[in-house]
Design a protein around this ligand. Structure first.
Ligand code: PBG
Length: 349
């Protein structure tokens, strides 16, 4: 009684009186109150830093399209890993750039390959740091596609089932070298099952799989392909990565299949243009740990605008990370992991 329709609002299940009785600015008046009612908390322990490691000498090579990031030589890992340990990040995700590429991507399978060597080098310095490896072949093949080539209809594309055998082999090689978790990213059907059974047979029943379950065919991967030297030589990845315009619910089918095959953590990628997918997956699989990949293009466009002085990259990055977590991601893979951990400590933000 007493309230006109205009002054009454329904919020959830309760009737909230309107203005002037309710003034939401009261909750924003005092900084301590604002902090007290925050629901999204940024925490470096939930962030994973991607690292690029090359096998071509001892140089630390800047990645032009990703200012602040480098292709690291094996000899440069020690200093990098010490810094990561000090910052308390959740872990690292490794990408290798081999000295030689071939049609099958054999370097990815060898114990002497760049990633197996990198895992051992990292474990030497920091046995407790969570080391995750990307399971895919685009950095290792001379054609730049994510697996062994074959034909489908009248086009050259990746042969799904031959690639599964390669993925199984790759994951076991990484596990033997000391990886703590593997992350298949090639969007092959059955990749989680192939890796799970190979790991189990090899005695790695304890090793979790973080699957790139809903990975879209995205232009936001552009800078990564310079960083990892992995751009396809012909065609694109649309015959295996998801179509951004597909029904959003297709992501749920991908996740459901990966979970049935034994995925422990699932991922949506990219993050920022796919916050709706992150939220939908979280709502539909509330108990399943969800990661989101804040990809290279999302990083580079902010850094480029920052170089022009158009925006404050620190506040933008923290706001983006907040949005990705708020959308439902438990874990974020981000090129800002180190910087953001530093910025969280500074009081001026
Ligand atoms: C595939 C892979 C890619 C990324 C992560 N894993 C590239 C691709 O699918 O083309 C992209 C990550 C990024 O853009 O930061 N190995």
């Amino acid at each position: 009684m007493g309230h006109s329709r205009r002054e009454e609002l329904w919020v959830g299940q309760c009737r909230m009186p309107g203005f002037p009785l309710t003034r939401l600015r009261r909750l924003r008046y005092h900084p301590a109150i604002r902090r007290m009612i925050q629901a999204t908390h940024l925490d470096p322990r939930r962030w994973i830093l991607p690292l690029f490691i090359h096998a071509k000498g001892d140089e630390k090579k800047p990645i032009k399209s990703m200012p602040g990031h480098f292709q690291l030589p094996l000899s440069g890992l020690r200093a990098e890993i010490k810094e990561i340990m000090q910052l308390g990040l959740g872990g690292v995700l490794l990408f290798g750039i081999p000295a030689h590429k071939d049609a099958m991507g054999c370097d990815a399978l060898r114990d002497s390959g760049i990633i197996c060597q990198a895992i051992k080098a990292i474990k030497d310095v920091a046995p407790d740091l969570l080391v995750i490896t990307d399971e895919c072949f685009c950095e290792y093949t001379d054609h730049g596609h994510c697996g062994v080539l074959g034909r489908a209809g009248n086009q050259d594309t990746v042969d799904n089932d031959k690639t599964l055998r390669m993925l199984a082999w790759q994951a076991v090689a990484h596990a033997r070298a000391g990886a703590d978790m593997v992350a298949p990213s090639g969007m092959m059907d059955g990749m989680v099952q192939a890796i799970r059974s190979a790991l189990d047979e090899a005695g790695f029943t304890h090793l979790p799989i973080m699957s790139y379950s809903a990975k879209y065919s995205s232009a936001f991967y552009g800078p990564f392909r310079e960083a990892a030297e992995s751009a396809p030589r012909f065609g694109d990845r649309r015959s295996y990565q998801m179509d951004p315009a597909a029904a959003a619910e297709q992501a749920l089918r991908e996740v459901e299949l990966d979970v049935a095959e034994g995925a422990d953590i699932i991922m949506v990628k990219p993050a920022l243009a796919y916050l709706d997918i992150i939220r939908m997956v979280k709502d539909n699989f509330p108990g399943l740990p969800l990661a989101a990949y804040n990809v290279s293009g999302e990083y580079s466009m902010v850094q480029a605008a920052a170089e022009k002085g158009w925006l404050d990259p620190r506040r933008i990055a923290l706001e983006m990370l907040t949005a990705i977590h708020r959308a439902g991601a438990d874990i974020v893979i981000t090129y800002w992991a180190k910087d953001a951990a530093h910025w969280l400590d500074s009081s001026d933000l």
